[in-house]
Design a binder for this molecule. Structure first.
Ligand SMILES: Cc1cc2nc3c(=O)[nH]c(=O)nc-3n(C[C@H](O)[C@H](O)[C@H](O)COP(=O)(O)O)c2cc1C
Length: 450
């Protein structure tokens, strides 16, 4: 088979992920491997896509090889997919798969994004390999990579691939304008918007939000944020949080965006995602490492397009709020009731600001922070800025030193294993005993009220 590896890492031949492909090329010598360093050469490809077109046309199997960046693919690979789609090149019927390396933090949402786009391009998508950064250096990782490749080739030989999901086209409803009245408004809600698509629908959503917001709002257009390019994945920012680009992005992020009372993101869905420019903005925030620097700040979204059908994008948006410790006040889109959704978003956001609303994280947040915690602990020699922050904020919540709970659980274990004792005391008393600490809280609450 002619296998085209689309390397979405900005590091080109220095990509860690790519090493798995180079390993597989040696192991599967009967097949022909070609490499397109799409991530590194994205600016050149944006000017002239013909090199990519030829490589894609010649391939029987396309493997997307890339690192997971902020829950999804790199901004460079986003842009590549967008260029591919707008080129009009028909690559339907070819096989496609993907290989990523990451620390498994939201690797599944990245894989889903590529799967959705492969299916949209009419490619026969075979499930991917999500490896840890270090997997290839272990025998187990090498075996898994080989097994994966054998599986992919077997699927291709037998014409077996994943079923494609059909997405209905967005039915974008108009937004009713409301006259702006900024009198008496205070506070500061920043709207970070991707207005590059000249999308009137999105602009109208933003306008209505600004009018109905009880807080003062301002727009930061992504095109005006100083960004010389996408994140290069060089990790130079790890010790001190300083980016190799000298474009002032970090300062703008801190002073113009993170300084606000709340942040509202506005974009139109592109290729099942937020679009490459928005992704570039997200990736560049790696200068803040894995530190939830906006913790406690409510966020909201204004989204043009068929958001209700985009389950993966929903997961990414929710995950980012949960891990960041931001109350997600809502996502208003333009599919069913844009006016109502925008107005409710504005009200919920105002409520969250006024009441400093902070609710416990769900699995997305708790699980995500545990992955970060373990990773930063291990990499603390490099990720100095993260390590300092995690120490200061008490985010290293291991090993668990809850000695009281530990002893209680031993007692409970011994008790529950003793049928005679259980029968003598009875389930009613056991249940009541378990609820005693909660009952105390409730009794106290009543006392206070009274
Ligand atoms: C900007 C940036 C964002 C990242 N985001 C994630 C992430 O969301 N999840 C994860 O598990 N790893 C994340 N990583 C780690 C990379 O996925 C990992 O280092 C990968 O192995 C790099 O592969 P490459 O050398 O092929 O580019 C991120 C790294 C960078 C630089």
């Amino acid at each position: 088979m002619r296998i085209l590896v689309v390397n979405g890492s900005p590091k080109g031949k220095y990509s860690v992920t790519l090493q798995t492909l180079l390993f597989l090329e040696k192991k599967f010598a009967a097949h022909e491997f070609e490499y397109l360093h799409a991530g590194q050469q994205i600016n050149a490809l944006a000017k002239d896509f013909s090199k990519a077109e030829k490589a894609l046309r010649d391939a029987d199997l396309i493997i997307f090889s890339y690192p997971v960046y902020t829950c999804i693919a790199t901004s460079q690979l986003h842009r590549f997919i967008s260029l591919l789609k707008s080129s009009g090149l028909d690559i339907s019927g070819k096989f496609a798969a993907q290989i990523t390396t990451s620390k498994h933090f939201y690797d599944f949402t990245a894989h889903k994004y590529i799967e959705e786009n492969c299916c949209g391009l009419g490619l026969k998508y075979i499930r991917g390999l999500s490896a840890d950064m270090d997997d290839l250096t272990t025998e187990k990782g090498q075996k898994e990579a080989e097994e994966f490749m054998r599986y992919v080739l077997w699927c291709a030989e037998n014409n077996i691939y994943e079923p494609a999901k059909d997405y209905s086209p967005a039915k974008r409803l108009p937004v009713t304008p409301v006259a702006e009245n900024s009198e008496g408004k205070s506070g500061d809600v920043v709207i970070v918007a991707d207005l590059s698509g000249e999308d009137k629908g999105l602009k109208d959503m933003i306008s209505r939000f600004r009018s109905v917001s009880a807080y003062k709002t301002r727009i930061v257009n992504l095109a005006d944020i100083p960004m010389k390019g996408g994140c290069l994945g060089c990790f130079s920012c790890a010790p001190k949080g300083e980016c190799v680009y000298d474009d002032g992005f970090a300062v703008a992020l801190k002073n113009e965006i993170h300084s606000a009372d709340a942040i509202v993101y506005a974009f139109t869905i592109k290729d099942h995602s937020m679009g490459w420019l928005f992704k570039q903005y997200d990736d560049r925030q790696f200068c803040n490492g894995h530190r939830p620097v906006t913790k406690g700040k409510p966020v909201g979204y204004l989204i043009g397009g068929n958001y209700p059908e985009e389950a993966n994008l929903k997961a990414i948006i929710e995950a980012r709020s949960e891990v960041g410790g931001n109350f997600l006040a809502g996502v208003a889109c333009d599919q069913t009731d844009p006016d109502g959704e925008i107005d409710n978003l504005a009200r919920k956001l105002a409520y969250a600001i006024e009441n400093k609303l902070s609710l416990p994280a769900n699995f997305y947040g708790v699980g995500g922070m545990k992955v970060f915690r373990d990773m930063i602990w291990l990499m603390r020699g490099l990720m100095k800025a993260d390590h300092k922050f995690y120490k200061k904020k008490g985010l290293y919540d291991f090993p668990q030193r809850k000695v009281g709970t530990l002893i209680k659980m031993y007692f409970a274990g011994a008790f529950f294993s003793n049928e005679k004792l259980k029968a003598r005391i009875g389930m009613k008393a056991i249940n009541e005993g378990m609820l005693m600490p909660y009952k105390k809280v409730i009794d106290k609450a009543c006392e206070k009220k009274g």
